[in-house]
Design a protein around this ligand. Structure first.
Ligand code: ATP
Length: 587
């Protein structure tokens, strides 16, 4: 869809606002033409002593009334039009936000956050202006142009008008040429602004690392280069936009010279009076506004088109995970994977290669293996962030892809390796999935996640704001608040993806014990625990050991120890490590 189609569709939907604004503009234009005529007539009548004081008051009253009417009509059309155009901005931002919230990691792997933010602000502003100011200035300019040309052709002389209009095709061509450059320069300027935004976003997200590594100067220098490039790109766009003005000036001067020449000839041959030639020159002067309006409108349209060219692919990009399942209720039964194969986009080596397993309701599955083995990848397939290349996942005998996405996601409580906390209070963060939860319920799950005491020590307890991304909390506190949040959601599948990595072994044991106790309340809940620490999965009903995307060992703890493989070696190593740590602590 082009920008014109988008704006045309929008105008059709908002026809009342646009129609009323256009009507008001037309009335304003007529009144503006009427006013000087009226003033002239009043002056003539006064000079000829045809007006008594009552008549003069009446005529002046009419003029004042017209002035007041023009003022209110101008205010009204602006309000109507800008409100409608801002409506398009709201509509586009909502569409973009909705799209972004539905897209999966595959989409975000190829897009940059700062650039997406620029789309939501700068680019949508440009489209909004094309639908607001550009449409109205275009209408106003065209209307004035038609009025002036009609006055020139019908009121003065049509031959003189034709001659005066001769330079206009050249101006149209130069406008077209300038517009092409404005379009390219605007596109570059918007792209550069996107890069700049990206840099700001990345630097602010990693500001602690930048400071810790003493990279402030280098980061500032890199930023200055990007800022300069963005400024140069904006300047280039501005320079091209400024080129409209000389084109207008040149055209009007040429038209003036031609009309004086032709007008002089007509006057010489008594086909035109000097007064008519003077009026004609004044009309020509009135064409300045429509010409400038044309340049302004074109630059707004080109900016809008450049922005729309950037925005449209994001709005139209198909969702990275299709939501075409129809099953709206999770079926009770086993969760199982059959010969799962998956490679990340652009990667030839599979992150999972032929993995099969099965877990019954009420059981706990442990997922361990060296770093990069594919544990989190398996979790992402369960969350349907990605779709497997072959093989499949089933829950209750139904393929995961047959469930509706919202059904599946509501049935899964996921605590990722790096949980995200919003800048709200601790209680609000815990109650994210259930905003109606009572304080007692929130405190209960916080207790289960072994974070209740930590929260009570915060300045305002559960009402303490956690700062952006939970910056005021420790990593372990963030993890446990995220676990509490997952427990409160009370979903039938709980996924803990290395969610205990930042807590000590005692706290880990306490949380796992609580999870075990919770089985009584939710006997059918399946728990999947991904962990580097094998103590976290020692009590699991079944443990999978992944290595290089393949299942290398599986079974329960005792069985795996007996196998004398990777699990048994790691277990011995971790036990020894723990022993040394407690010896150190005792000493
Ligand atoms: P860790 O214990 O370190 O968290 P993991 O077992 O969870 O590791 P995964 O995150 O599943 O490992 O990664 C499995 C493989 O897939 C790794 O080789 C990793 O480099 C690769 N990988 C992970 N995420 C992506 C991605 N978004 N794009 C491309 N490759 C990826």
């Amino acid at each position: 869809m082009s920008l014109f189609t988008l704006v045309a569709q929008f105008i059709r939907r908002q026809w009342r606002a646009y129609g009323t604004s256009a009507l008001l503009l037309a009335v304003i234009a007529l009144l503006t033409v009427w006013l000087p005529r009226q003033v002239g007539q009043v002056v003539d009548a006064l000079v000829a002593r045809r007006l008594d004081s009552a008549g003069l008051a009446h005529e002046l009253g009419l003029i004042v009334l017209a002035g007041v009417a023009i003022y209110f009509m101008r205010v009204t059309w602006r309000q109507l039009l800008y409100a409608a155009a801002y409506g398009l901005g709201v509509e586009l931002r909502t569409r973009l936000y909705e799209r972004l919230s539905l897209q999966g990691p595959r989409f975000y792997q190829t897009r940059r956050t700062g650039d997406l933010m620029a789309l939501a602000t700068n680019d949508i502003d440009a489209v909004e202006q094309a639908a607001g100011e550009a449409v109205l200035a275009g209408f106003d300019g065209t209307q004035t142009l038609l009025l002036v040309v009609a006055s020139m052709a019908l009121g003065v002389d049509w031959r003189l008008t034709l001659v005066a209009l001769l330079p206009f095709p050249v101006m149209a061509w130069s406008f077209w040429w300038i517009s092409n450059h404005v379009h390219t320069a605007s596109r570059e300027s918007l792209d550069h602004f996107g890069h700049l935004n990206d840099q700001v976003h990345e630097t602010l997200s990693g500001v602690r690392t930048v400071r810790a590594l003493g990279l402030e100067a280098r980061s500032t220098a890199d930023f200055a280069v990007l800022a300069d490039r963005a400024a140069q790109a904006s300047l280039k766009a501005q320079r091209w936009e400024a080129a409209y003005e000389p084109a207008v000036g040149f055209t009007l001067s040429t038209a003036m010279v031609l009309s004086l020449g032709m007008g002089g000839y007509l006057v010489w041959h008594d086909q035109l009076s000097i007064g008519q030639l003077t009026s004609f020159s004044l009309y020509l002067g009135q064409m300045i506004w429509p010409m400038f309006a044309a340049g302004w409108v074109l630059s707004l349209i080109e900016r809008g088109r450049a922005a729309w060219d950037r925005l449209q692919p994001v709005l139209n990009e198909p969702l990275s995970v299709l939501d075409d399942g129809a099953v709206t209720q999770i079926q009770p039964g086993d969760l199982q994977a059959h010969e799962l194969v998956f490679a990340y986009p652009g990667q030839s080596r599979p992150a999972l290669a032929g993995v099969s397993w099965q877990i019954q309701p009420g059981q706990t599955l442990g997922l361990v293996g060296p770093t990069g083995a594919g544990k989190s990848t398996l979790v992402r397939l369960l969350l349907r962030q990605f779709a497997p290349a072959s093989g499949g996942l089933q829950w209750g005998g139904v393929a995961l892809s047959d469930y509706r996405l919202d059904t599946l996601r509501a049935a899964v409580s996921w605590v990722p390796q790096e949980p995200f906390l919003f800048s709200a209070s601790v209680a609000e963060n815990i109650a994210l999935a259930r905003p109606d939860a009572t304080r007692a319920q929130i405190e209960h799950v916080a207790h289960m996640a072994a974070v209740h005491d930590d929260i009570l020590r915060l300045p305002k307890g559960y009402d303490t704001p956690v700062g952006e991304r939970g910056v005021t909390l420790s990593g372990g506190q963030r993890q446990r608040i995220a676990i509490a949040r997952a427990l409160l959601a009370d979903a039938p599948l709980l996924l803990l993806d290395d969610a205990l990595s930042a807590v000590d072994t005692d706290t880990e044991a306490r949380i796992l014990r609580h999870l075990h106790e919770l089985r009584a309340q939710r006997p059918e809940r399946i728990v999947i625990v991904v962990s580097h620490r094998l103590s976290a999965v020692a009590d699991a009903d079944h443990v999978l050991v992944l290595r290089d995307g393949q299942l290398s060992e599986q079974g329960h703890h005792a069985h795996l120890l007996a196998l004398q493989g990777w699990y048994a070696r790691q277990w011995r190593y971790q036990q020894l490590e723990q022993q040394l740590e407690s010896d150190d602590a005792a000493a």
